[in-house]
Design a protein around this ligand. Structure first.
Ligand SMILES: NC(=O)c1ccc[n+]([C@@H]2O[C@H](COP(=O)([O-])OP(=O)(O)OC[C@H]3O[C@@H](n4cnc5c(N)ncnc54)[C@H](OP(=O)(O)O)[C@@H]3O)[C@@H](O)[C@H]2O)c1
Length: 254
């Protein structure tokens, strides 16, 4: 039996992706820290779509847990591995809470890269996909979120480059980047924790984000189109999905 694995599936984009893949008949492995939410999602999706759902509680900030989690996933036939879990920070870099930044970088970069490498290594010549969730901020730095944006630049450039290298070497695995624009989720509220911005700046920021936000359901539908397509990048531009072979073209092939 084949499974789609989604990290960060307890809320927002990950939860919506879980519903979309279940609706399309895929079995799921859902991972996050909040087991209670995963259990509720499992119950709802199982009833609605009659697919098999496995939930896994993991703190991706803990390297040992990441290794144990990956070892456990190897017991299943995974057709799509989606590294979606991520966090943000809205601050000028020198105003940021260092502990929060360390956690954001460990989640957005370290856990994602570790899981990606292990999954690619085990599946080089298999008909499977790895989809890493970056952001439009991974292609255009946001001035009020420089450190977060740069973490997503890493995700975008690393994933695109790996995807292109794998294609050059005629490997079967497909590696892709999903780059959402502002999407309704818990992300913004959490990114604003410890923000040193003034109240009026935070309110203006939230208002602007709310105006532009796509629903997580719509974003998940776009994510599914990326899965069905052979292109490397699916980015939301002007509220629409643009599929391409990526934007990081300055690779020196040696
Ligand atoms: N929303 C946006 O506007 C937007 C725009 C562009 C890109 N993105 C990207 O989209 C992805 C999903 O974010 P979202 O918007 O859906 O935000 P969200 O609602 O806050 O979801 C984040 C998910 O990551 C999980 N997570 C956080 N820390 C974790 C940890 N240490 N270990 C395991 N799981 C952890 C959370 O679950 P638990 O708390 O239960 O662990 C949750 O399921 C992120 O990579 C984000 O950067 C979001």
């Amino acid at each position: 039996m084949k499974y789609v694995l989604i990290t960060g599936a307890s809320s927002g984009i990950g939860k919506a992706l879980a519903e979309k893949f279940a609706k399309e008949g895929h079995n799921l492995i859902l991972a996050a820290r909040r087991t209670n939410l995963l259990k509720i999602i499992k119950g709802e999706l199982k009833d609605k779509y009659n697919v098999d759902i496995i939930i896994y509680t993991v703190d991706l900030l803990d390297s040992d847990e990441v290794q144990k989690f990956y070892a456990k996933t190897k017991e299943y036939d995974i057709e799509v591995f989606i590294n979606n879990a991520g966090s943000g920070d809205v601050n000028l870099p020198w105003n940021s809470d260092i502990k929060k930044i360390e956690k954001m970088l460990d989640l957005n970069i370290k856990a994602l890269t570790t899981l990606s490498i292990m999954f690619i290594k085990d599946n080089l010549d298999k008909d499977v996909q790895l989809i890493n969730v970056s952001s439009t901020a991974g292609y255009n730095i946001i001035s009020g979120e420089i450190t977060y944006s740069a973490s997503k630049v890493f995700v975008a450039s690393w994933t695109e480059s790996v995807a292109k290298q794998l294609k050059r070497l005629n490997k079967k695995i497909k590696v892709k980047v999903l780059a959402p624009s502002t999407t309704e989720s818990e992300f913004i509220e959490k990114a604003l924790i410890h923000s040193k911005n003034k109240h009026w700046e935070i309110n203006a920021y939230k208002k602007q984000k709310k105006l532009r936000a796509k629903s997580a359901k719509d974003l998940a539908n776009e994510g599914y189109k990326l899965y069905k397509n052979d292109k490397i990048l699916g980015i939301i531009e002007d509220n629409n999905l643009k599929l391409s072979n990526g934007k990081y073209d300055n690779i020196r092939w040696i």
